[in-house]
Each structure stands twice: as structure tokens, then as C-alpha cells.
Design a protein around this ligand. Structure first.
Ligand code: AGP
Length: 551
């Protein structure tokens, strides 16, 4: 620093998700007050920033960015009378929206003030050092002991101390939480990208999901779910709500629950659910899925459903996350931290959780025999080996991706569970390789999409379901006849597919409800190698964030 060293040991930083103003140096955090004495970083959205900004400008504050965040710095500055904690408390009274904010003040350089409302924020407790972060992996290298800050709480951190106050200013005794994730989980461990590492972690992740949940005699034990038969019988329907990849896992969950428990299930994207005035009552079980446990749309859906009497069961990966705290019942996926923006191991573990829940409900309802459950559970336990087989085929998948990386459009087809796998594959391709891809139920091709198929079009066909295999084979022949280059994923009962397509992968025979788990791994790898071939930033795709904590 110009003028010599500055022995400051307190700092803040933030990778900004652009909500107001373009991504640029001026809009980058931290933002400061006009005199430069107050600096803030902020995750979330300040909804009333326009009137606040107008008021502050009228008072003489000079704004330099287009962000909503900058109003916080100016507001804290205008409320500062020599006590930064008091200034922040005053400021909070004027803020509307969702926020986790860290504030530094030049006159009190050893203090860091943190506030939170509907946006994730954790405090890491170290030796002679303390941290705040929006996500656990960020601090894993330094500490595994954390406090979870609750909505409307304010924390004051110094290097040796953390104090937390509630809305009324009363000091709160926080219980610390020990995170059992390995710090190495937040490192690439020799892989080129976190996504590739996490794809390869899937065999272990599935085992961790199942550990302790299937007893020696094949009983499903979901201790974190307190649903007994009487409670389950009280529900006349189930709603599943999630976003993105978690939505796709929920789609499989819907099929599993309807198959085994015979309870009608509605599936809805959380961003739609929250604005559609959903039909909810105390006879509704709402199941939400979320890797991060912090997705704003999913949290809003929970709020709406709870207010109308629904019971909420959450499947999430992050212990103590906001969704875990809002839910009545929780099933943790136990996948370990997922760092890459593209979700992989969270998906397969969510699918495994959905299958466990569906079987559990099916047994409570008396619709599933012990033999049937045993067979599915045995297949589920073996699914890590099947994933490993898919991983062993990585080079062949890479070759197909490298041959076709210049294609700008790709289509994925499947039926039933295979259609959901196609949906998830399509999402992976879009988000990390920026190739336009769409998934269709294969039977819908003839109703329109087949018009898109021409010489050289890439079609990825998922055909693991026995009852629809022949139908899907016909669809494959239809697209081949129009010049498509086809990669197919099927079971090793159908080697005949090899002569019909350009590349085929045969999954060793397994129960059909489990097949989506290994099947999706081929598509994850395909999307990964496609992105690498196209020179994309795999772990940090443009315009995307790992946790979508804003609307
Ligand atoms: C997955 O690859 C995506 N990055 C995204 O769709 C994600 O699944 C979605 O934003 C939901 O996140 P959540 O599971 O943390 O709620």
C-alpha cells in the first residue's frame, strides 16, 4: 500500500452476483460511504434502495455505483455517532429486503459487524481469528466450528471474540455447531475442476447417504423424519417444490412416491409455486429439495405452505441451513460440500433420498412388500458400483464430446424416469457448455421437435426403462434416419442398440428405479467434457451462482 504498510487484520470481500448494475469495478464490493470510513459487502437485495438513495443524495451523500448495496454504507455513515454497532442497528430499521451484510468502520478498525435477514450467513470460530461467510466451504480451511446467525441477529466480531445480539439488543447465547466435512473436500485434490472431482465422488456420496439408513434386516430408518402412519394417512396429497437440478430430483421423487406410496404428488418449480396461490392445507405434505438449503424461491415456498398449515419435509445437503431450520422434518443428503456451480453429487444423493422416502411411505401405507423393498434397497446399495462403471467409461464419453463440441444444438430424449435423466443432462449441458440443449419426452418427438433433426444433429437418448425400451429404440431409429448422431444409454440387456447408434453405454442390469442414478453420470461427464472442449470456465459458468439467495 502507498505510504508504507498498514497493519490492518480485519477485511471483507464478496464475489458479487449482479442484481443492480452491470458487473464492473465500480459496482464491485466493498462499497463505501462518501468519506470512505464505512465499508460494506452485501449478499441479497435491498428492495427499498431507491427511496433510501434519494433521501441520502438529498442529504449530500455521493453515490458512485448502480448497486442497491451502496445505500447501506451511506446509511450506516449517516447513523454513525461513534458506535458502529449502534449505527448498524439503526440502519437495519430502514432496510427492506433480504441481506447478509458485513460492515467495517475505519474508526473502530478491529471490529466487524454482521447482520442477516433471509440470506445465509455463518460465523466461523477460530483461535485468535474469527470469520464470516455465506457458505461453509469458504471457511473450512480455517475452522470447522461455526455459529449460525439467525434472522435479525447482529454479530460483533473481533479476532478474539464474537458477540451476538437479538433484534431487541439482548445478547444471545449461541450454540456452536461442529461441521464434519473434511477441509480437503473444499480442495480440488488433483482434479482439473471441482465438478470433475465431485462427479468422481459420487460412489462415496451415495454410500454416505445410505449409511445408517438401512438396517441389517433391510428396514429403512429415517430418524430425522418423524412421519408415522397416522400422520401420513392424514395427507391427501404431496407437493414437491425445488429449483433447477433439485427440481429434476424432485421429478423422480414424484414418480417414486406415486409408484410406491400411491399418494398424488404435484411437482412445481419454487419460483412458480410462490406466485400461484397454491392449494395448501393441513392435509398437505410439502417436500422441498435444495442442495444449499438457502435458495430464496424455495424458502419463500416453504413460508407460503407453512402459513396455510402444511407440514414441510426438507431434503438438503447443508446442516443448519435456512431450509433445514424452517422444515419440520429433514433428511440430509450427506454428500459433503459441493463447490462447483453445476450440481452433480447433490443430485444423485437427492434421488437416493427420494427413493428411500418413497419406499418408507410405501411400507407405511402397506403398498410395498418386504421383498419389493429389499430388491430396490439392494440395487440402491449397488448403485455406487454402477456409477463407478460409468466413470470408467469417461474416455469414451470424452471422445464423443470432443467430436461434437462445435454443435450449437443438442437434444435429449427419454421416457418416464429416463425423461427426467434427459432433463437433468440438458440442464448440465446448458449451464456449463452454453450449448443450446433441450430435452423431450421421446414420444413427443413426432408432435413437433423431430422437425429440428437434421444431418449431424446430436441426440442423446436415455433408454434404461424396460417397459419403454422398444418405443425408445423406434425413436432412435427415427432420428437416425434423419441424420442424427446418437449417443445412447441403456441396460446391458440390450446390446442390439450398438448397431443402431454412434456410441452406446450399457448399464449393468439393475432395478429400473435405480437406473437413473448411474445413467445421469454419463450425461454429467458428457456435459463436463463438452464444456472443457469449448474452453468454458466449468466451475464458474457465466451468469450463475452456486446458491441463488435472491429472486
Ligand atoms: C444446478 O446445476 C444448478 N446450478 C441449479 O439449477 C441449482 O440446482 C438450483 O439453483 C437449486 O439450488 P439448491 O439445490 O441449492 O436449492
Amino acid at each position: 500500500m502507498e505510504g508504507g504498510s498498514w497493519p490492518q487484520t480485519t477485511g471483507i470481500g464478496h464475489t458479487r452476483w449482479a442484481t443492480h448494475g452491470e458487473p464492473s469495478d465500480l459496482n464491485a464490493h466493498p462499497h463505501t460511504s462518501t468519506d470512505g470510513k464505512i465499508a460494506v459487502v452485501h449478499n441479497g437485495i435491498i428492495e427499498n434502495y431507491i427511496p433510501l438513495k434519494e433521501k441520502l443524495i438529498a442529504q449530500g451523500h455521493r453515490f458512485v455505483s448502480d448497486t442497491d448495496t451502496e445505500v447501506i454504507a451511506h446509511l450506516v455513515s449517516s447513523n454513525y455517532k461513534g458506535d458502529i454497532l449502534e449505527a448498524v442497528k439503526e440502519t437495519v430499521k430502514e432496510l427492506q429486503g433480504s441481506y447478509s451484510v458485513a460492515v467495517l468502520c475505519q474508526d473502530e478498525p478491529d471490529k466487524l459487524i454482521a447482520i442477516r435477514k433471509n440470506s445465509p450467513l455463518i460465523i466461523g470460530l477460530g483461535e485468535g481469528e474469527n470469520f464470516i461467510a455465506s457458505d461453509i466451504p469458504a471457511i473450512l480451511k480455517h475452522t470447522r466450528t461455526i455459529y449460525l446467525l439467525d434472522n435479525d441477529e447482529v454479530a460483533v466480531l473481533t479476532k478474539d471474540d464474537v458477540k451476538v445480539y437479538d433484534e431487541l439488543g439482548k445478547e444471545v447465547e449461541k450454540q456452536s455447531l461442529k461441521i464434519d466435512w473434511d477441509p480437503g473436500d473444499a480442495e480440488k485434490g488433483g482434479y482439473d475442476h471441482f465438478m470433475l472431482k465431485e462427479i468422481h465422488e459420487q460412489p462415496r456420496a451415495i454410500q454416505d447417504t445410505l449409511t445408517g439408513r438401512i438396517t441389517e434386516d433391510g428396514e429403512i430408518k429415517l430418524d430425522d423424519i418423524k412421519l408415522d402412519k397416522e400422520t401420513l394417512d392424514n395427507f391427501d396429497h404431496i407437493q414437491i417444490v425445488a429449483c433447477g437440478t433439485a427440481y429434476n430430483a424432485g421429478m423422480l421423487g414424484k414418480q417414486y412416491i406415486e409408484k410406491y406410496a400411491r399418494i398424488p404428488v404435484e411437482m412445481e418449480a419454487a419460483s412458480e409455486y410462490r406466485y400461484k396461490n397454491p392449494i395448501v392445507s393441513d392435509k398437505t405434505l410439502l417436500i422441498v429439495l435444495s442442495q444449499s438449503g438457502e435458495t430464496a424461491d424455495t424458502l419463500a415456498a416453504i413460508d407460503i405452505a407453512k402459513k396455510q398449515g402444511a407440514r414441510v419435509l426438507a431434503i438438503t445437503n447443508v446442516v443448519g441451513s435456512s431450509i433445514a431450520r424452517e422444515a419440520d422434518d429433514i433428511l440430509y443428503t450427506n454428500a459433503g460440500p459441493e463447490i462447483a456451480v453445476a450440481s452433480t453429487k447433490a443430485y444423485v444423493t437427492q434421488v437416493a433420498c427420494m427413493l428411500l422416502i418413497a419406499l418408507y411411505m410405501g411400507e407405511l401405507k402397506g403398498n410395498v412388500t418386504k421383498e419389493e423393498a429389499d430388491e430396490v434397497l439392494a440395487a440402491l446399495k449397488e448403485s455406487s458400483d454402477l456409477i463407478q462403471r460409468a466413470l470408467d467409461d469417461a474416455d469414451k464419453i470424452k471422445d464423443f464430446a470432443y467430436e461434437h463440441f462445435k454443435n450449437e444444438d443438442m437434444y435429449l430424449i427419454g421416457r418416464g424416469e429416463d425423461y427426467v435423466t434427459a432433463m437433468e443432462g440438458s440442464l448440465k449441458i446448458k449451464e456449463i457448455s452454453y450449448v443450446h440443449s433441450e430435452s423431450f419426452p421421446a414420444g413427443e418427438l413426432k408432435h413437433g421437435p423431430i422437425a429440428l433433426i437434421e444431418d449431424g444433429t446430436v441426440v442423446l437418448a436415455v433408454a434404461t426403462q424396460e417397459n419403454t425400451f422398444e418405443k425408445l429404440l423406434s425413436n432412435i431409429k427415427e432420428v437416425k434416419a434423419r441424420g442424427a448422431h446418437v449417443l445412447a444409454i441403456t441396460s446391458d440387456d440390450h446390446p442390439e442398440i450398438m448397431t443402431e447408434v454412434d456410441q452406446a453405454f450399457l448399464i449393468p442390469k439393475t432395478n429400473q428405479v435405480v437406473a437413473p442414478i448411474p445413467a445421469v453420470v454419463y450425461l454429467q461427464l458428457f456435459a463436463y467434457y463438452l464444456a472443457v472442449a469449448r474452453g468454458c470456465d466449468v466451475d464458474k459458468p457465466k451468469n450463475l451462482a452456486k446458491s441463488v439467495t435472491v429472486e
